[in-house]
Design a protein around this ligand. Structure first.
Ligand code: ADP
Length: 279
């Protein structure tokens, strides 16, 4: 498949301006990434994410999705090319500056420390704390609201390492929301959740997006991607195979070429991306 030019700006409002020019929130050009200087995980990645986007990154296992989120959140430094956050190189920004803009929830978080859920969620406020770094009443209220939104308020006084994987995942999403980020980055946010919380989590991401938070997420479920994404990037072997609106990306040909699987598609009445089933 030919690499299509990324068109992530389509249908999005870009509200970040510099010298009269509108800039994307995140801008990657010709980015490559090698692990240990030898294992090529990403090549020639060109992406610009505008404010208000709901971008879903899809691709087979090992295609580079997590690595790409690492670059887009400033956790990983590109081996080649340029990665900008609001027009500035990630490498020129300190951790607190990045954390005031991006909240990143990784797929696996090591939790062997005896903090309560409320304490973990409050840690999301660190980039906003001044002076002695002690949380105030307003910080507590923001944390309480985030716990309500993610359905973990009843677990507030429980110890984090004694929760199930799905409960923990929701706690770390609450922590990310508490940071009040411009961009919420989620690596497989529904992978450990049951059907009820999968649907709630996607609806929560959509409602945050409706409030103006830009969402960048990797998920494996093509149907959720079709229902919620405004734009989709399909990665294969570290290269962008295709990108654009879900209804243009989620078709049998593209899915066959990217995932190497035959699927059946069923059109939806509302003209959005079809339902997809593996054959
Ligand atoms: P995905 O998220 O799509 O499953 P990853 O970004 O995790 O893909 O991995 C992309 C490629 O980089 C894979 O070939 C994987 O084996 C390799 N890789 C990932 N993490 C490491 C690492 N820490 N060290 C070496 N290779 C890695």
């Amino acid at each position: 498949m030919k690499q299509t030019s990324p068109n992530i700006r389509k249908g999005c409002q870009s509200t970040f301006w510099k010298d009269g020019v509108s800039l994307p929130l995140i801008d990657l050009s010709a980015v490559s990434f090698l692990y240990n200087g030898t294992i090529k995980a990403l090549s020639d990645i060109n992406i610009s994410v505008s404010e208000g986007d709901f971008l879903v990154i899809l691709g087979p296992n090992g295609s580079g999705k997590t690595t790409l989120l690492g670059i887009m959140s400033g956790v990983l430094k590109p081996s080649g090319g340029r990665a900008l956050l609001e027009g500035k190189a990630f490498s020129s920004l300190d951790r607190k500056e990045i954390a005031r803009t991006i909240a990143y929830v990784p797929q696996h978080i090591q939790v062997d420390f005896p903090f309560t859920v409320r304490e973990v969620v409050l840690m999301g406020r660190f980039a906003h704390l001044k002076g002695l770094g002690i949380e105030g009443k307003a910080d507590m209220e923001i944390a309480d609201e985030a716990m309500e939104m993610t359905g973990v308020a009843h677990l507030a006084d429980r110890l984090i390492h004694q929760l199930s994987g799905g409960e923990r995942q929701r706690v770390f999403i609450a922590q990310a929301i508490t940071a009040e980020p411009k961009i919420l980055m989620l690596d497989e946010p529904i992978s450990s959740l049951d059907i009820k919380y999968q649907s709630q989590m996607m609806k929560l991401a959509q409602s945050l997006n409706n409030k103006g938070i830009t969402i960048v997420a990797t998920i494996h479920d093509l149907n959720y991607a079709g229902m919620y994404a405004k734009n989709i990037i399909l990665l294969k072997k570290g290269i962008i195979s295709a990108s654009g609106a879900p209804k243009d990306m989620l078709n049998r040909d593209i899915i066959r070429q990217v995932f190497d699987v035959e699927v059946t598609t069923i059109e939806r009445d509302n003209g959005s991306a079809p339902f997809i089933f593996a054959q």
